[in-house]
Design a protein around this ligand. Structure first.
Ligand code: BES
Ligand code: MN
Ligand code: ZN
Length: 503
């Protein structure tokens, strides 16, 4: 648990200063007590620490680097690098705060005093918001190790952060509440995605959504298989029918702006496991496919964050949850199936299943739920991982203004999104000779064709963005404040976009 306390300016002992640390100026390790290390009383703490750090370690002041200076009698000191002065962004602060928290936990410190810097480009509140976010990221753990409580893990330990900043405490408290809400959403999305397919299947995913969202004031409606059949979601049911776990269709409504009729739909891919079906994946390619519901986890997480922050917006989350398995009842390659929209689809590859579930979900969102704009998010294509790795989420859209809005939110949030061209030539590839559409048009521009396939199922012409999070939602190595496995992306972007307080 991390607890923040606030001081009025000047209340804390710690200080924040920009000290240039030139690697070339590193002196050969002088002995402790030598003249180079002696402190002059007038020297600011950070300057003295930087001098120590250069002498004692390879500290260069790079963003996120830390240098710990323990003291027996008085408070220990910690120097955190911020990179080049003048280039400090919110993201720099998130990373620095994360490193600071990690270092404090490593050195078993339970309290820290931080004076926030005053930067020209970012307001004090935003500085605090970024700092708090980065710091809180250090609290995330997912483990099923039975010995975890004793392996040196610091998770149970309390850490108090005393903040001094040139801002009203009420404003900082409000910013903290906002960050806390966002972190709850991110951590929920991560947990749901990290929990493996033996734990999370359609029924338990739906229950988890209810348990997390209903107490927060989000209306959750779960449709079972018979109800999904009655609605007529044939494309979704085709994917689901090979599994002993029955599908669930989950609709979640958050109405934070009751005086407005406008609402945004978030449609999340909810494959709780994707074996590929008869177009079976390789053994290695299948291991992490419990993450194929990361889109739905981000939808659920975003709704929780918005509700906790009491955001002034109306958002409806839509998830078609199922498993893609092999059995005597599974769908097969070559099958020509129907869909809720009435369009027919030739199934050339059962591993291109996500777009089939999304087709019915997005049609439902724009027809029955009457959404005014739609974002769908999905771990949809391996091609996306090839193109953009785990750094960038890919976007396909029919509305550049909406895209610009989302891009601006992503920039504020510190998540990366890259728009791909939604050219008519790519849409042509989705056409089948025997049905209206085919689900697997080949390797070329695979992320774009998959996105455009989903876009074919908008029931009306509304602004729409497709986000392919195959690379960004789940990673094999940690990076900065992002853990390995589930990252919770793009909850921050969606929360920022849909919580008007942030813009
Ligand atoms: N869930 C996968 C995509 C995926 C791959 C997500 C790697 C995360 C990491 C999706 O259902 C899939 O299998 N897509 C196929 C589509 C192809 C058959 C057109 C792919 O990318 O190979
Ligand atoms: Mn697949
Ligand atoms: Zn899939």
């Amino acid at each position: 648990m991390v607890r923040f306390e606030f001081f009025t300016k000047g209340g804390a002992r710690a200080e924040f200063a920009f000290v240039e640390v030139k690697p070339t100026a590193t002196p050969a390790n002088p002995e402790p007590g030598s003249a180079a290390l002696e402190a002059s009383p007038a020297e600011p703490t950070a300057t003295r620490l930087a001098r120590l750090a250069k002498a004692r370690s390879k500290f260069t002041g790079k963003s996120g680097e830390t240098f710990y200076w323990p003291k027996a009698e008085e408070a220990s000191e910690l120097l955190v690098g911020l990179g080049e002065p003048g280039k400090v962004t919110a993201e720099t602060l998130r990373k620095a705060a994360f490193s600071l928290a990690k270092a404090l936990k490593e050195h078993k410190e339970s309290e820290v005093e931080v004076a926030l810097p005053e930067l020209a480009a970012i307001s004090v509140t935003e500085v605090f918001q970024a700092f708090a976010e980065g710091f809180l990221h250090s609290d995330y753990r997912f483990s099923r190790k039975t010995m975890d409580k004793n392996d040196g893990d610091d998770n149970g330990k309390d850490l108090t952060v005393r903040i001094s900043a040139a801002a009203e405490e009420a404003e900082l408290q409000a910013a903290l509440a906002n960050v806390n809400a966002m972190m709850e959403g991110i951590f929920l999305a991560r947990d749901l995605t990290n929990r493996t397919a033996n734990e999370i299947y359609p029924e338990t995913l739906a229950r988890a959504a209810q348990e997390a969202l209903e107490p927060a004031g989000v209306k959750v409606r779960v449709y079972d298989k018979a109800e999904i059949e009655a609605i007529g979601m044939e494309a979704f049911l085709s994917v689901a029918k090979g599994s002993a776990h029955e599908p669930r269709f989950i609709v979640m409504e958050y109405n934070g702006q009751p005086d407005s009729a406008e609402r945004t739909a978030l449609v999340g891919k909810g494959l709780t496991y994707d074996s590929g079906g008869y177009s079976i994946k390789t053994a290695a390619g299948m291991v992490t496919m419990h993450c194929d519901m990361a889109g739905s986890a981000a939808v659920i997480g975003t709704l929780l964050a918005l509700a906790k922050a009491q955001a002034k917006s109306n958002v409806v989350g839509v998830v078609a949850a199922c498993e893609n398995l092999i059995s005597g009842t599974a769908f097969k390659t070559g099958d020509i199936i129907g869909s809720l929209s009435g369009k027919t689809i030739e199934v050339l590859n059962t591993d291109a299943e996500g777009r089939l579930t999304l087709a019915d979900a997005i049609y439902y969102a724009t027809k029955q739920l009457d959404a005014d704009r739609v974002i769908d998010l999905a771990t949809l294509t391996g091609a996306c991982v090839v193109a953009l790795g785990s750094e960038y989420t890919a976007a396909v859209t029919n509305d550049d203004a909406f895209m610009a809005e989302l891009k601006a939110a992503a920039d504020v949030a510190g998540e990366k999104v890259w728009q791909l061209p939604s050219d008519e030539a790519f849409a042509e590839k989705n056409k089948s000779k025997v049905a209206d559409l085919l689900n697997s048009p080949g390797r070329e521009a695979g992320t774009v064709t998959a996105g455009l396939f989903v876009g074919e199922f908008l029931a009306k012409d509304v602004p729409w963005i497709h986000l392919d999070i195959a690379g960004t939602a789940y990673r094999d190595k940690p990076s900065g404040y992002l853990p390995d496995r589930a990252t919770g992306q793009p909850v921050k972007t969606l929360f920022t976009l849909l919580n008007p307080r942030n813009s």
